[in-house]
Design a protein around this ligand. Sequence first.
Ligand code: SAM
Length: 334
Amino acid sequence: MMDIWDCALGFMNAQALLTAEEMGVFDALDSGPRTAVEIADAVGLRKDLAERLLTTLCALGFLERWPDGRFANGPEAAEKLVRGKPGYVGAMFRHIREDLYPVWRYLPEALADGSAQWSRAFGPQPAPTERMYSDQASLRAFLEGMHAITYQAGTEFSAQAPELNGVRRLVDVGGASGAFLISVAQSFRSLQGTVFDLPAVGPVAEDFFRQYGLADRLNFHGGDFWEDPIPAGADCYSLGFILHDWDMEGGSHILARIAEAVRPGGLLIIGEYLLNEDRTGPLHVARMDLNMLVAARGRERTAREYAEWIGAFDFELQRIQPTSMGKHFLIARR
Ligand SMILES: C[S@@+](CC[C@H](N)C(=O)[O-])C[C@H]1O[C@@H](n2cnc3c(N)ncnc32)[C@H](O)[C@@H]1O
């Protein structure tokens, strides 16, 4: 069990981390240890106030304090919280700060009426995803943040996925920046692939294909899976963290479109978090399930629920590959 006070006051930890990342504290320490005055100057704070934030970041383990009094990034912060580094995940923090944090205030209301709480949190304006997708800078930041997380899991999966030997074409539905497809294409050198996603995502995905030197094998196909056909005839389709965004009706629509598009005997790879079968956790998935309630139209599910669901579309679950960060890949064949 988590300590009651660590849990009840956990929002303070989150705010300290999110605020420090936004202000650029970890960026300021990328070139090496610095004094509190130097950090305060770099991020535009008063020294005494900066020091209070730095103390909390040390206590949380993101920073270290050297014997000479200077502060330095800890290993995790140096790898994942410095802008421009390949492992940078801080781009996701903007979404957490600006969209998720305000909406979680309305968890009681979401539990009472079973629906997302955007309008209570933000008033009568478009949902945050629509706002984000109408602004190239925030769209790119969101996709880059997601890229780091998905690419790592995809690379781990690809190293242990013999089923992909011989696959000629993979279509990643809702494939975003191409993180999963890129990781697979790096392991399977003759595979060609397509990211199918909303048209606004295209320029970001195409930049990533070029950046990884894969523009000759990977392409982007813009479309809306509620209205447009998914590119047909591939021998493998993937759905990474799409089904958990939707209720049964929405997810079934997407699965039906893939079932129509896939070649006979083709593969379906589903990336998802998995709830324990007895629904006691794990914590990061149970918490994400509440997030899907308050901030989306979806939910987290167990492996058995996914197997039954895709079974209704004639996909047979063959194997589940866990990767780090609690992400699982379900490999099914039609
Ligand atoms: C949670 S993200 C998952 C991204 C990626 N598959 C991954 O695993 O990192 C959901 C993705 O679905 C895409 N998406 C949402 N609605 C869509 C629609 N109607 N048609 C096509 N793609 C959509 C979003 O643009 C986003 O890239």
